[in-house]
Write a protein that binds this ligand. Sequence first.
Ligand code: FAD
Length: 498
Amino acid sequence: NAVVHWFKCDLRTRDNKGLHLASEKAKSAGVPLIAMYLVSPQDFQAHLTSPARVDFILRSLEVLKADLSELDIPLYVETVEKRKQIPHRIVELCEKWGVSHIFCNTEYEVDELRREAALTRNCLQRGIAFATVPDTCVVSPGELSSKGTGSQFAVYSPWFRAWCAYLNSHQSDLNEYPRPEKNPISARECFKDLFECPIPSAPPNKQLSVEEKKRFRSMWPPGEHEAAQRLQKFISQRINKYSESRNLPAGNSTAVISVHLASGTLAARTCIGEARNANTSKSMDAGNPNIMSWISEIAWRDFYKHVLAHWPYICMSKSFKPEYTDIHWEYNAEHFQAWTEGKTGYPIVDAAMRQLNHTGYMHNRCRMIVASFLSKDLLIDWRMGERYFMEHLIDGDFASNNGGWGFSSSTGVDPQPYFRIFNPLLQSEKFDLDGAYIKKWVPELRDLKGGKNGPVHDPYGRKADNVAEKNGYPRPVVEHKFARDRALARYKEGLGRA
Ligand code: FAD
């Protein structure tokens, strides 16, 4: 007999609810715990998972396998080609191993819920107990509802107040789940081949080139120990300047832990627990303003997952706000390509897109700027940008990405109003005044001056001695004033048809 924990987006031993419950069950039944992860090339394809993210997941599995092995727990990893086969394959393996109980942490995307429903049915038929438990959010979907209507909030601020109040009165929800206990020695004998099974390489549809592998691997070390170190370093060294510096993309001012939250090498609960411990107040909405500000950002991640759990149609490429479905978009392939390549002629946009293409990551302020630029200045369907992000981000997460695109394109939950259109030039001067971020990512503009009215922000509109032209930097693909008026008219027209 044995108990299984099925790993998905929770690749850690620390503070992992499903893993902890599986370990407790194994201990009380006096049987070994087996850990399992199934690689699904079709899921990677359907969810547009970037090759960099796949590589990060596989590398994190190596770390996880080593950590579990120290506890005498085997991590069995297998590639299942057809994703529909996953529930069947899990039951087949569990029958072979004599498993009585399977545990996993819940994911809220529609495909994943359907898969878990199928697994529940398969397990029922075979007499295996299957438990899927909420773990990925700090406060689980379903726990908060608007006092007036009793339904899920569609606006962040009142939702956040409810989120804080909930945690203030459920402080113990932030207690970490203990790491699993060591397996009985006999597990090594019984499941010898599971200990020896290798982590597969990336499926053919998600391979990185040799150069990319080297680049991403040096930038993004995998696994939970790296995640814990990053969190610790951020909280001890940088969190106290978060409010004033979080919007400046040139500085190393944010935690840069999204890759770990997306793959589950770090729990959001751990982040909030550590932030609370560093705060002068135990309440979520009191104490050090910098820490409160960071807590509210982690809460945005919860908010978007709650939205996903309550309005699953957003998984079907539908706008959260149906009245925004009929906007007449421009499908200008050249403009889209210029955007993807960082060649729009708007330095802050181009710097951000080049950061994404090179590192798999982009600063939050820049994500908002490029998303607004694509959906409003270029008037290109936001879903094309959402897709491009997922295909390239190392921290790609459906709920946060969809939420961010919905916010910036004004089609999502609690969005920026459609008539608020970022001026890329003003954003550039406000958040990258000396042009350090632009100069880092757009070498053609390195010799241009920053500062207020500096040509680095607008190399063709301001005196720049033809530097941009000489260095082959493109001219702006659209004029902002024209683009703004066009977007306002099209959004209004679309709303009028709804
Ligand atoms: P910090 O500022 O240190 O914040 C800590 C954590 O809080 C982040 O790691 C993240 O988990 C969460 N967080 C912060 N801001 C947000 C936010 N606006 N929405 C949701 N969660 C937030 N985040 C992703 O993890 N995956 C995505 O695919 C993703 N796509 C986005 C697309 C767009 C268009 C926009 C505007 C935002 C997107 N975000 C996404 C949110 C945000 O940009 C990143 O989480 C953040 O930049 C990560 O950097 P950090 O870890 O240094 O964040």
